[in-house]
Structures are given as C-alpha cells and as structure tokens.
Design a protein around this ligand. Structure first.
Ligand code: UFG
Length: 330
C-alpha cells in the first residue's frame, strides 16, 4: 500500500513513518518543516511543502498515487491556540479542507486523521468513551472536532471516502532504538518538561495545581507510548483496507497517572532528584482524562506493547540525552 503522510517529519508522524517503512508500506512524507525535521524521516522521500499549496499537493498525488493518506500535519499547542485562534483554524481546518479536496479529486478512499482527546473538553465520565459529547474548551480542540465533523459529512455524502479518526490521549516517549523522538522548541508537555528538568535544562518543574478532586490533588492523564500510538494508525489502515466502516477511536491505555506520580517516576528512572514547586492551576486543565479503549482493541485489534510508565519515561530520557548531544555536534 502507498501511504502519503502529512506531518511525517514531526513527532508522532516520524514514528509512524518508521513503523510503516519497517512493515513494508511505501511511504511519502509531505511536511513544511515548520516544526518537523528532515532527519526524522527514516523511510521514503520527503516533499517539503505546505498544505496551503494545492498545486503542489496535486502534483504529489498525481506522481505518488497514494492508496491512503495519514494526516498529522497541524498546530498542537493549546495555549497558543487560545492566543492565535485564526492561525489554528487556518492551518488545522482550512488546510485540511485543501487536502481533502485533493483526496477527493484523486479518488483516494482511505483517510486517517490525528484527532485528540481535547475534543471531549471536561468529560462527565472517566474513562471517557467515544460516545461522549464533543465539547472542546479551547480553539485547538475545536479545530479537531470541526475536522471530525467534516469527515463525517464527507462520508455521509456517499462519495466513497472512508476515514478513521484517532483521538490521542497524552502521547509521550520516543523510539526505543533512539533514532527519533520529540524535538520541538519550548515544549509544554509534562514528561518532556520533567526529563529536561532532570537534565538541567530548566531549574525546576512546576506542578500546575494540587487542589484537584483527585486522590493526591494533581491532574490525572492517560500517557501512551508514541510507538503504540503509531501502530494504531497502521491497524487503522489495515482495518480500512479490509473494508471497515468510517469510525472514531480513542487511543490510550485506559488508566492514568497523576502529575505527582509522573514526577516521582521521572526522578526514579533518571536517578536525578530535581526541584519541584507547586504552582497555581493552569487554565483549561480537566482534573482527569483517561481513555475507554475497549473499542479500538475490539475493532482495530490494537495490542499495545509499551503500557509501562517507566519505559515511556526511559525512552524519553534516553532520547533527550542523545538529542541534546546531537544538537551540540551540529
Ligand atoms: N503539567 C504540570 N507541569 C508542567 C507541564 C504539565 O503540572 O510543567 C500538568 C498539566 O497541568 C496537566 C498534566 O501535567 O495536568 C499534563 O499536561 P500536558 O501539558 O503534558 O498535557 P495536556 O493533558 O494538557 O494536553 C495533552 C496535549 C494536548 C491534548 C491533550 C488531550 O498536549 O494536545 O493532551 O488529552 F489535547
């Protein structure tokens, strides 16, 4: 199968390109390198281009002739989306419409979309199932929910395109072989911040809120290893290839850890006792967000291999040490 991967030079995209390559798929990455890196694309060619450029997209589709598209390319920083909503709607929604128009023009009938648990906002029940209402609480989540609705409407139009939307929970960790990992400037994510603090890049780690209605007062999240998440995309491709219907799936392990538990685990795995300070709540953080993952296991036959917080942190830590060493050499 020939798979076009938008955003294939980014964090989750590059791990998925690696798995696709290893599992015998023909892959082509389309990425504007705004946050991705050419060195992260380990299989297939890289076309440096923007989704705003429909002519280039058409050229790529006519030459590569993809059987399926896996669409990662998007902006992902929640606080930035609050400050710059138009930037997020333009890239995450308008540019996705460009891509979908070309997908339709070329009759590509399989589309995998990177959605997010952010579409749920603050869910009434945890673990949250795919049936829960979409009530995003920030522009980033709105853009993901909007694209999910666009995909549903395209499916209902009867034009033949089928899609799978994967709603990611908290993605973390890195390629266990150490070839690729998270490599964006100014990360805000907990595990990355914590391993960078352990490395000495930050003086201390702040815990945003210790008065939540959770057992230790800090927020609970469902942390999923990036390679298990990448495999879910391949399982979704196989599902569509076998004739599966368009559908939406949560991607998480179905259990969570509090911020304090994650911080303790990072100290344990890295062997570094860094400074931690309690800070006020961060706006828009739901107290607990954990996936009900029964559907993806049953329908996509997804079998996670790395459901182990210490392993997630270990791979993130090893990558962090290696990546900073690489950067110093450049
Ligand atoms: N946190 C800290 N200190 C930090 C960083 C984070 O205490 O330095 C806390 C946050 O307040 C939150 C938890 O750690 O309670 C996890 O925060 P992250 O920023 O790592 O992740 P989020 O849960 O906020 O968001 C992530 C993705 C979003 C996605 C969302 C959906 O970043 O893109 O998951 O679950 F929408």
């Amino acid at each position: 199968m020939r798979v076009l991967v938008t955003g294939g030079a980014g964090y989750i995209g590059s791990h998925t390109v690696k798995l696709l390559g290893e599992q015998g798929y023909e892959v082509l990455t389309y990425d504007n390198l705004s946050t991705g890196h050419d060195w992260a694309v380990l299989y297939g060619d890289l076309v440096v281009g923007d989704l705003a450029d429909k002519e280039l997209l058409r050229k790529v589709f006519s030459e590569f002739k993809p059987d399926a598209v896996v669409h990662f390319a998007a902006y992902i920083v929640v606080p930035e989306s609050v400050r710059e909503p138009l930037k997020y709607y333009r890239n995450n929604v308008v540019n996705t419409i460009n891509l979908l128009e070309v997908v339709e023009e070329f009759g590509v009938d399989k589309f995998i979309f990177s959605s997010s648990a952010a579409v749920y906002g603050i869910p009434d029940e945890v673990p949250v199932s795919e049936e829960a209402p979409l009530r995003p609480i920030n522009p980033y989540g709105e853009t993901k929910a909007t694209v999910e609705r666009i995909l549903r409407d395209i499916k209902n139009s009867g034009k033949g395109m089928r899609f799978v939307s994967l709603r990611y929970f908290n993605v973390a960790g890195a390629d266990p072989e150490g070839k690729i990992g998270f490599a964006y400037p100014n990360p805000t994510h907990l595990i990355i911040r914590a391993v960078k603090t352990a490395k000495g890049e930050y003086d201390r780690l702040e815990i945003y809120g210790t008065d939540y209605p959770t057992p230790d007062g800090t927020c609970i999240r469902d942390y999923i290893h990036v390679v298990d998440l990448s495999q879910a995309h391949i399982d979704a491709l196989r599902y569509l290839q076998e004739g599966g219907e368009s559908d939406v799936f949560n991607c998480g392990y179905g259990h969570g850890y509090s911020v304090k538990e994650v911080v303790e685990a990072v100290k344990r795995v890295t062997g570094v006792d860094f400074e931690v300070v309690e800070a006020p709540r961060r706006e828009g953080d739901p107290p607990a967000l954990v996936a009900d993952n029964k559907k993806i296991k049953r329908v996509l036959r997804w079998e996670p291999k790395f459901d182990d917080l210490d392993f997630i942190i270990k791979t993130a830590w090893e990558w962090e040490l290696k990546f900073s060493a690489q950067n110093q050499r450049l």
